[in-house]
Design a protein around this ligand. Sequence first.
Ligand SMILES: C[S@@+](CC[C@H](N)C(=O)[O-])C[C@H]1O[C@@H](n2cnc3c(N)ncnc32)[C@H](O)[C@@H]1O
Length: 207
Amino acid sequence: MNLPGKIRTGRRLAGQLARTPSELRNVPRTVRSQGTPLDVGLPWLAFVVIDRLDEIVGPESSVFEFGGGGSTVWFAERARQVTSIEHDPEWAALLEERFAATPNVDVRHVAAAGGSYDEYVASVESFPDDSLDVVLVDGRSRVRCALAAMPKVRPGGFLVLDDSQRKYYGPAHEALAPWPHETLQGMAPYKFDFGVTTFWRRPAEGD
Ligand SMILES: C[S@@+](CC[C@H](N)C(=O)[O-])C[C@H]1O[C@@H](n2cnc3c(N)ncnc32)[C@H](O)[C@@H]1O
């Protein structure tokens, strides 16, 4: 990043911290988490989001994610089953190598054939309806991925969309409006920046 870019980022971060001073407590976690995601093993999500996932994901959880990385490492250590869909061939090869001997992780490289993410989006179709405890939408074509994943989330399960503040994710917010949600934001690992993520919980009987 060039100097003007660094100044803009620094100003933005200062503004975000001024508006959310409670996030100052997570600055040391950002400092401690410098490195590559596969070595550090943390999702590229705000620490408040990671802490919320820690409350949700357990040894019986079935997790599906669009976009692999540090999150795959983190889920692998906590969940019963992790399926990770990755479009980038080089990144997918690194993930496949990393998890080759990890029985609860299934990394699937799904390329954007001819520039189309149809197959990538449809990868969640291999799961039965109402079967996934957590779906993390953190890769490509996020609105379509969120819409395709909705019926696959079990009642009481969670659909998690990173960078949910982006205006063009509006159709996902509209489709998910009947599900209760919470949006969390704060300091994230790896870079001095804020992340914004929304959790939707699929209503369960009796809610
Ligand atoms: C926002 S990242 C998030 C990935 C993952 N859910 C996580 O939390 O670590 C989305 C995409 O960036 C790419 N990516 C992530 N980390 C990378 C890295 N260290 N080097 C190259 N590509 C990376 C991958 O294609 C990935 O699907």
